[in-house]
Design a protein around this ligand. Sequence first.
Ligand code: ATP
Ligand code: MG
Length: 194
Amino acid sequence: MTAERAAALVAHTRTVDETRALAEALGERARPGDLVLLAGDLGAGKTAFAQGFGAGLGITETITSPTFTLAQEYEGRLRMHHLDVYRLDQLGEVAGLGLAELLDDGSVVLIEWGDKILPALPSDYLEVRLTFGEGDDDRRLAFRAVGPTWSLRTRTIAEVVGPYVGPPRGNGTSPDGPPGPEGAAGNGTGGTEA
Ligand SMILES: Nc1ncnc2c1ncn2[C@@H]1O[C@H](COP(=O)(O)OP(=O)(O)OP(=O)(O)O)[C@@H](O)[C@H]1O
Ligand SMILES: [Mg+2]
């Protein structure tokens, strides 16, 4: 058996609703104390992912971008803290948020641009890195478990991501495209755009 590296699990979505549906499935499996870092450029879909994840936690309130508020809190099956640290320059500001306490209290924390503040974060998280694909609505989502919490749940992640694994859409040669992910389309998440 060759040595296995903890490679990232990669998914492809073709619409914002697919990204939300994938995230919703993951949110349904979230546990108290889960930390999720959302990495990716402006407009990659970090907030869309958080909206779907929140729907999976049973949050009915509209989830909006916390870019200007830094942190927002929502009540669902678990409490979700949704942060956007794009504008945070100093790690000290993050320390002031009391992240460890929030996680200890059983909340779930999602941090957009979390990869920018790694030194201030617990080293136990799921990183979701969103990048742009060929088409305007194509996205690649790479999932990487860091630390024990998520590493022990790679099977769960694989189950959630499985329907979206496969080659990205080609250059629009077929209007129907390749077989789509089962049940991924038309599964409204309730995460309305603000
Ligand atoms: N497959 C897709 N997945 C996610 N978003 C998509 C997809 N296709 C198109 N979009 C669009 O891309 C945009 C993603 O915006 P979103 O606010 O989620 O990005 P963001 O990464 O949070 O950006 P920011 O860094 O500004 O916070 C939305 O307008 C969404 O409709
Ligand atoms: Mg955002």
